[in-house]
Design a protein around this ligand. Structure first.
Ligand SMILES: [Zn+2]
Length: 67
């Protein structure tokens, strides 16, 4: 079964990247940078705030240094 909306790791966790809306500051998981913010519905700049290193938990977590 292929699920296009969700990337999961071996533990079934959602490991999609985290995005932070440059306008309202909402963070959410989406496979790729969205066109419109799901919260404020604006065409915002989205910053990838996903953790890519083990010290903040790896993919599936937000890097606290980026938010
Ligand atoms: Zn927003």
């Amino acid at each position: 079964m292929i699920n296009n909306n969700c990337t999961t790791d071996a533990h079934g966790r959602n490991t999609n990247p985290y995005w932070k809306c440059g306008s309202c500051g909402t963070t959410f998981q989406e496979l790729s940078s969205p066109e419109v913010c799901p919260s404020c519905k604006q065409h915002c700049e989205f910053k990838d705030v996903t953790c890519y290193s083990p010290d903040c938990g790896g993919p599936g977590n937000i890097d606290p240094r980026l938010v």
